[in-house]
Design a protein around this ligand. Structure first.
Ligand SMILES: Cc1cc2nc3c(=O)[nH]c(=O)nc-3n(C[C@H](O)[C@H](O)[C@H](O)COP(=O)(O)OP(=O)(O)OC[C@H]3O[C@@H](n4cnc5c(N)ncnc54)[C@H](O)[C@@H]3O)c2cc1C
Length: 438
């Protein structure tokens, strides 16, 4: 594509992160001639590149669990789903399982009720089972979460945790950027086109969407445009003149994830389990080189770093974040090897008002959104691709999804998903965790 050119497409997708690339794949497999535009040099170079890529089923809401559980099959059967070779190889699914510790944050009873209703394979572990399965954990109750500069942080634990919920189907993807490149290659086989190093600077519309203009003057006429711009989602909605038209808004939030060494004698490749630790306000999972990756569960005691301009992200790690997160992990895993140098990443979540994504049509016919992924939608990317492709197909065929909410039967689990749950105009979901747990 060269500057000043005029092109046509059936659908333009703004953003080639893991969700945008999955949308491109699913739409192109349904016969849409798609063009994905990304200002980055390659697929998955936005916030996806920093993702911890954890795949687990626990969410506060039923539809959240339905989506995540459906996602298990895509990752576990990644090669079959893509049906493509990638010159860079395929990302691998590491099925390490997941434990959701029984903390006082109120999440595990909701997750357990959803697992029972929906048939998500799980085991309830008591304290003794937990101690046998992860002997290198200190099972003390340290919560509610506090910070190392507070006295409460250093107090002795108040007894022991009650146990945990274990889901054997959980795990993580080895390389989120490579997984996104895999999706790009599969989409291209289905006819999709990807344009990199080009920014969408204008969204043209009258009563309905007409197309987009890129920073080199290229105009792409298209009856469908999908905003999958990650932390830039609010800016892209503004380009479409949609600011203030949705009840749920999105904005970028900075987060850090850190990497430290496993305890002496513990092999994370065989003994590591992804762990959601609401008692300390962290999640962690095994990482390559016998290390552990630790991120935040957004406990109320931690200040939130909202970022006005997503271009203005400070990617440097900060000592205060690092100490808070790594010291929390050290309480759970006493033998942790803490290196003197900080290792990890800093990037942006695109957070919605209730930390639940927005997968929806908009007030501008032909313009769709897959936004507000709130630090928890990597795992759902292929499912979101399916959902958006079904939504676009149905709405372009005349469905008014605002009035008559699209219901989808998930291809792998057979469970019913109420797509309207992810509406841009929902009431803020007060049952949400208001954290990365969605
Ligand atoms: C630190 C961190 C850890 C996370 N851990 C997990 C996890 O363990 N499990 C999980 O499920 N989720 C996790 N997430 C969330 C998950 O990674 C995101 O939900 C997901 O990657 C979002 O994908 P996306 O395609 O929507 O956005 P992005 O990957 O951000 O892609 C958006 C793309 O849009 C492009 N773009 C924006 N504006 C324009 C424009 N005007 N023109 C052209 N291109 C544009 C950008 O360049 C970018 O490439 C994490 C996120 C972060 C930041």
């Amino acid at each position: 594509m060269s500057g000043g050119e005029v092109r046509t497409a059936d659908a333009v997708i703004i953003g080639a992160g893991v969700i945008g690339s999955a949308v491109a794949l699913e739409l192109s497999r349904r016969g849409f001639r798609t063009v994905s535009v990304d200002k980055a040099p390659a697929a998955g170079y936005g916030s996806t590149s920093s993702s911890s890529a954890v795949v687990r089923a626990h969410y506060s809401s039923r539809d959240g669990v339905v989506m995540a559980y459906e996602g298990f099959a895509y990752w576990a059967e990644w090669e079959d789903y893509l049906a493509v070779t990638d010159e860079r190889g395929l990302a691998k699914y590491v099925g390490c399982g997941s434990v959701l510790l029984k903390s006082d944050d109120g999440l595990w009873p909701k997750a357990l009720a959803h697992y029972r209703e929906l048939g998500v394979e799980h085991e309830e572990w008591d304290t003794a089972t937990l101690a046998a399965r992860v002997p290198y954990y200190d099972l003390g109750r340290f919560g509610p979460p506090s910070r190392p500069d507070q006295d409460a942080f250093w107090q002795e634990p108040d007894g022991e945790l009650e146990g945990a919920l274990y889901t054997p189907g959980s795990g993580y993807m080895s390389d989120p950027q490579l997984a996104t490149h895999n999706l790009q290659r599969a989409a291209e086989v289905a006819g999709a086109e990807f344009v990199f190093r080009r920014t969408v600077t204008e969204i043209r519309h009258g009563e309905r969407i007409e197309g987009v203009t890129l920073d080199d003057g290229t105009r792409i006429h298209s009856p469908v445009v999908v905003n999958v711009a990650g932390p830039h989602s609010a800016r892209v909605n503004a380009l479409a003149g949609l600011t203030g038209t949705m009840r749920i808004s999105t904005r970028p939030l900075r987060h850090e994830v850190h990497v430290v060494g496993a305890p002496e004698g513990v092999d994370m490749a065989t003994e590591g389990i992804h762990t959601a630790d609401g008692d300390l306000g962290i999640y962690f999972r095994p990482e390559g080189g016998n290390t552990i990756m630790v991120g935040s569960e957004d406990p109320p005691c931690d200040p939130r770093e909202w970022v006005d301009d997503p271009e203005d992200l400070n990617r440097g790690l900060t000592r205060a974040h690092w100490e808070t997160q790594v010291y929390r992990l050290a309480r759970r895993i006493p033998g942790l090897r803490i290196p003197p140098d900080m290792r990890g990443v800093a990037d942006l979540y695109d957070v919605s008002d209730d930390w639940i994504p927005v997968y929806d049509q908009t007030d501008l016919p032909g313009f769709y959104v897959a936004i507000g992924s709130s630090g928890n939608q990597f795992k759902n990317a292929p499912v979101a691709g399916h959902v958006l492709a079904e939504l676009v197909t149905a709405c372009e065929a005349g469905l008014d999804h605002d009035r008559d909410r699209l219901q989808l039967k998930m291809p792998h689990t057979g469970l019913q998903l109420d797509v309207g749950f992810f509406s841009r105009n929902r009431e803020i979901n007060e049952g949400s965790s208001f954290s990365v747990n969605g």
